[in-house]
Write a protein that binds this ligand. Structure first.
Ligand code: FE2
Ligand code: FE2
Length: 283
């Protein structure tokens, strides 16, 4: 055996352990997502990474943005329901103070891992705005890192289209948002981002993100809606509904691409009756 092999083995195991740590933290963040339709952190992570790729960020930067997107609200863990449920404009002064601390709390948690220092910085900055009206540091313009500016845009959009008043652990069977209402919310979120591009949000990021969303809408329009047995799901299909367990855990979210890792998870949940044996997908 050469000397390199044990070293390579070690580095592979460390990389795996790092990926598992991130997955574990991501699962914890799901605890503060009870008032969203779908997965807020997964949406922000995936779309922010894609915007970063399109803006020419390096692979390492894209990875950092993807992880920061997944963990951006980790500082809200343990927050009372009253804060998790409300939009900032509806909060009392005290709730608002607590809410505005979450980027810093997240930064403190993530700083504990030396490999997550860059990610911690993006999490700290994800509520900063170009004109200095954000928090916690009231940074302006170029003081805000591109990754944080990207997460900010995706975050604002997803809050506008997917935040709900009901706790999905309590109300499992409430009807999904009708398509025309969803489309109105989509248009008003896009309009808000475009109207405030250059003032609050990075204009290039807004342009790239809106392009990405429009492309995805067009692609979905060309696909067919079908109920497919969970063991026959294939990559390229797009999940058409949110699937929760009976205790409110989101298994897969509407709009998520089917991945090879997703299939065995859905098969296992279907076997124990926690999700249907056939799921609705666009193919
Ligand atoms: Fe946040
Ligand atoms: Fe968020």
């Amino acid at each position: 055996m050469t000397e390199r092999e044990p070293l390579q083995e070690l580095s592979t195991r460390l990389a795996e352990s790092f990926a598992q740590t991130i997955e574990l933290l991501g699962a914890l963040v799901a605890a503060v997502e009870r008032f969203y339709e779908g997965s807020h952190c997964r949406f922000v992570s995936q779309k922010a990474a894609e915007v970063a790729r399109r803006l020419g960020c390096s692979e390492l930067e894209v990875f950092e943005i993807q992880v920061a997107g997944l963990l951006h609200d980790i500082g809200k863990i343990g927050y009372p329901e009253s804060v998790l449920q409300k939009f900032p404009t509806e909060m009392t002064a005290e709730e608002r103070r607590l809410y505005e601390r979450h980027p810093e709390l997240g930064w403190h948690i993530l700083r504990k891992h030396s490999a997550l220092h860059g990610v911690a910085e993006l999490v700290l900055q994800h509520h900063e705005r170009l004109d200095g009206s954000g928090f916690p540091q009231r940074l302006r313009g170029r003081q805000i890192r591109l990754g944080a500016a990207i997460i900010a845009v995706v975050d604002v959009f997803h809050n506008a289209v997917s935040k709900r008043r009901r706790d999905r652990r309590v109300v499992q069977e409430s009807p999904p948002t009708p398509p025309e209402v969803a489309y109105r919310q989509y248009l008003s979120a896009v309009h808000h981002l475009e109207a405030k591009a250059g003032a609050l949000y990075h204009p290039e990021v807004v342009r790239t993100f809106v392009e990405l969303m429009e492309e995805e809408r067009r692609q979905l329009g060309q696909k067919l809606l079908q109920a497919v047995p969970v063991n026959q799901l294939r990559p390229g299909m797009v999940v058409a509904e949110n699937y929760y367990t009976s205790y409110g855990l989101l298994v897969v979210a509407q709009g998520e691409q089917v991945t090879p890792e997703m299939v065995p998870v859905l098969v296992r949940f279907a076997e124990v009756g926690e999700v249907p044996r056939k799921v609705l997908v666009w193919v």
